[in-house]
Design a protein around this ligand. Structure first.
Ligand code: 2U9
Length: 362
């Protein structure tokens, strides 16, 4: 066995380590030097053929080479990792001086805004919100409201009748035609005094320029021991002044008929349509905005309230209609077209919540 040229082996291996261009090349240099089939391991195996003296010195020298190569690998690895990090920092640099991209904010739909305003106004008068199911039974939508079977009001309301999956003819569910069933349910489950409003979706099979199959209503109900038509007038006057932001809006109560109220009235507000522009206030024209009346004694009875002891008033209005009046929206159907340009134009800034203290509209 010839003597091993340890120095030559050392410089060859160190050269391989220092010339490794990346971590993968460095790893193959490591395997080639220190691995099971690596050059140092092979040289160690060759020691057996040397004289005892040479074996000792060469063995020590090979161990020193092994340590030197391992150390060089660690150092090269640290260099390569630092270089990779530096390169990543350069290529992923953030320019913090760039202005932020403009953020596109959503808007509140005019229906939501109008509902919030209505809730704020009646809330300040002590009425709180109740909700109920959109799918109703015949009793809550009709019978309790003094609209018995065969009553013409059932046809007038263009009801959507629902079927169960077996086509059972006794299945009597409907899409609610008004939010009145919410008040029926409240009277059934709560004790007077009752002071509530019921805003929500309602459904009628009707579609033209002024009717859509789904629309929104808000109804109000106040039940107590000595409630009069005077309370109704005061409540609606306060509502109209606050909602239209006009002091003492002229109100006109015209006698009308609803099965669930007696007496019943339709309410007009004073307005001017001169020059094609609608103005609300003390002018010589009138505009219908809502219906109302004293709750019919039969309705109180159906809901478990003694009409000898309690009476109350109720009112109802279409939310789209009063939103169109206040915000100058000319066409009902545009409420449901989900046209983003329409929403940007007629929508409201979210989080600027309607309140009487801050002004209803931002
Ligand atoms: C109960 C008792 C009475 C609610 C009322 C009206 C008059 C009314 C219409 C306005 C326009 C519906 O959206 S619209 O088509 N509503 O005119 N609503 S009194 O009366 C009730 C409700 C519930 C238990």
């Amino acid at each position: 066995m010839t003597a091993i040229d340890v120095e030559a082996l050392k410089s060859e291996l160190l050269e391989e380590v220092s010339s490794a261009a990346d971590l993968a090349a460095l790893d193959s240099a490591r395997v080639g030097a220190l691995g099971k089939k690596g050059k140092i391991t092979a040289a160690m195996k060759g020691l057996g053929g040397l004289s005892p003296e040479e074996r000792k010195t060469t063995g020590q020298a090979l161990n020193a080479v092994k340590d030197a190569v391992a150390e060089a690998i660690d150092a090269r690895k640290a260099d390569l990792e630092a270089a990779a990090l530096q390169q990543q920092l350069e290529s992923e640099r953030l320019d913090v001086s760039l202005p932020v991209r403009p953020e596109s904010r959503g808007k509140l739909h005019p229906i939501s805004q109008t509902m919030d305003e209505i809730v704020a106004i009646f809330g300040a008068m002590g009425l709180s919100v109740r909700e109920g199911p959109n799918i109703e039974d015949d009793f809550h939508n009709f019978t309790a409201l003094n609209i018995p079977a065969e009553h013409p009001a059932r046809q007038m309301m263009d009801t959507f009748y629902l079927q169960d999956e077996n086509g059972n003819p006794d299945f009597e569910k409907v899409l609610r035609t008004h939010t009145s069933p919410v008040q029926v349910r409240t009277m059934q489950s709560e004790e007077p005094p009752i002071r509530i409003i019921a805003p929500g979706r309602t459904y009628r099979s009707d579609y033209d320029a002024t009717h859509t199959p789904m629309f929104h209503q808000v109804e109000g109900l106040v039940i107590d021991k000595h409630i009069t038509f005077g309370h109704l007038k005061g409540c609606l006057q306060e509502f109209c002044d606050a909602y239209f932001e006009v002091e003492n809006v002229p109100l006109r109560f015209r006698p009308s008929y609803f099965p669930f109220t007696e007496p019943s009235a339709e309410v007009d507000i004073g307005c001017s349509r001169e020059g094609g522009e609608l103005k609300i206030g003390h002018y010589d024209d009138w505009l219908e905005i809502l219906g109302c009346g004293m709750v019919h004694p039969k309705v109180l009875q159906h809901c478990g309230i003694d009409p000898e002891e309690y009476q109350g008033f109720a009112f109802g209005m279409g939310i789209e209609r009063i939103a169109m009046l206040k915000y100058g929206i000319p066409d009902l159907r545009t409420f449901y077209e989900a046209d983003i340009r329409w929403l940007k134009h007629y929508g409201f800034v979210p989080l600027e919540v309607a309140s009487l203290e801050r002004g209803l509209t931002p």
